[in-house]
Structures are given as C-alpha cells and as structure tokens.
Design a protein around this ligand. Sequence first.
Ligand code: RIB
Length: 312
Amino acid sequence: MPESKPAILVVGSINMDMVVRCPRLPAPGQTVQGSSFACSPGGKGANQGVAVARLGAACRFIGRVGQDAFGGQLVETLQAEGIDCSGIAVTSGFPTGVAIVMVDSTGENSIVIAGGANLQLTPDDIFSREELFEGAYFVLLQLELPLPTVRAALDMARRHGCKVILDPAPAPKCLPEALCKVDVICPNATEAESLTGQSVSEERGAKSVASDLIARGASTAVLTLGPRGCVVVTADEHVYTVPPYKVPVADTTAAGDAFAAALAVSLARGEKIHPAAKFANAAGALACTKFGAQPAMPTLAEVLQLMERQVI
Ligand code: RIB
C-alpha cells in the first residue's frame, strides 16, 4: 500500500528488556534487593520505530533478531504498531538482543546490553534492503549495531537523498569522523561528554559541546539535558535553549529514543528545528511518565495535549 504519511526508516537494534525495579542502583560489587521484574520490548532502534509510528509517520525498519521466542515476539510487537518489518531478518545461531535494565525509585536507570543478533547486521543487509531507503525522508540511526553497518546505512541514505539523524547511543569513546557528518546528531549529556571529552554540567558547556559536534561535520547538534530540556546549535550559528516540560517521572528509560523519533517526525512534517525540538522535548518527557521502553512511547495525541497544557 502506498504511504500517505512521511516515511522514516529506522536502522537499529531490537532487544528484549529484562527490567528490575530497585530502591537504588547498585554500586560496583554491591547487591541490592529489587522490588519487581518484567520482560518488556526494547532496543533503541525498535523503541524509536514504535515512537515514529505512534507519532503518526510511516515507519520502515531494518534489523535482526535471533531464531528464538523473544525474536518472534518482538517482531510481532513491531508489526502490531503498523511498522513495515520486511527489512527484519531472522539470524540462526545467535540469540535475540537482550538488555538488563535496572530502574531506581527516582526513575534513573542503568542498562547493560548483550547485542546478540543485532551485532550480526552487516553492510550487506543494508545493500540488500536498498529499496527501503527509496522515498524515506529521514533515516534514523543509533549505535547498538556494528559501526561499519551504521556507516553503510549513512552512505545509502545519502545516495537516496534521505536526511539522517544519529542518536549516538551508546556513545563510543571515539566516533568515526564520517559518522559525525549527519543532518542532526542528538546525544544526551553523558554521551556528549564521552564523544567530546568536555563537560556539559552548565549551559555554556552544553553550547560548546554542541558547537564541537558541528565542527566535526554535523549540520545541527541537539543536546538533550533531561530535566533541563535541550540545547540546539546549528551550522549557521543559531543557538536555541529549549526548556523542559514538567512531568512526574516514573522511569527515564527510552526518553532519548522518544526524543530522537519525535524530532524526525516533526522535521519530516516540515517544522523548523526550534519547534521540532519543543515537540521532541514533550515526547521525551512523556516517555518518562510510564514504566518500560516501548510501552512508554507516546502517541501524537498525548504529545499535542501536553504541549497545549504547558506552553514553554
Ligand atoms: O534506550 C533504552 C534502550 O536501551 C532499552 O530499551 C534497551 O534495550 C537499550 O537498548
């Protein structure tokens, strides 16, 4: 069926999250008594795909799952959101990606991932799915896949005239120069610090880190600062500080995923970067109000309602 909404292609990870809630995150060597456990669909790529679909854009997905129960379940969940899953391959001999997620009583989290099948997604998978890039307005990338695969997706996006948003998470110590040359890069404070070696503890720091990312080749850098909103710096030297939406926080897991997806959807609809960053702030805030990753991704109606209720 032809897509009547802007199409966004997500090339990314699909994980089953094993989530334990606990009063505080354990220090190294410490054991903490948790309060509850649940399995819930996650993976930065898949979370972004779900958010794109719930925010009203057409989502296509390229990824890999293992030939196991988690894999089948996770693909079904994505299909139920209306996502085009024709680019998801089943990999024998490797398990579906999993994440061990701990969430404390303030909603803060610590995550360890075992990439499994996600790490088997190769540049050949990108070449063989070239048709999914055709007509996509944005390609949305994160870093839970092998870097050569992310690079191949970036190059393919360029060849097809697609714009690219890179959510550099989890952040490597050193991001290859070619991966910085994207239309929008959107790290959180921790990721930005590890990419640039600079502190973003105050606003001036955030602006300087964003400018550093622009100097490395990004056209726009958007730094998400959690409860402090976000800072946008563009290559033509516009700087915007976007205040946060105030919400009760249950779990911050995947707030960055909701943010990146919302930024893509809003820009694909033709918004300028400043209103798009406000829209993304609202989506990121809403993701913090519910437990889990994909279960917490907001709908378009929820985002518009929050923006109407709180004018920032
Ligand atoms: O961004 C949150 C996600 O990070 C979780 O869903 C987990 O799977 C890890 O990929």
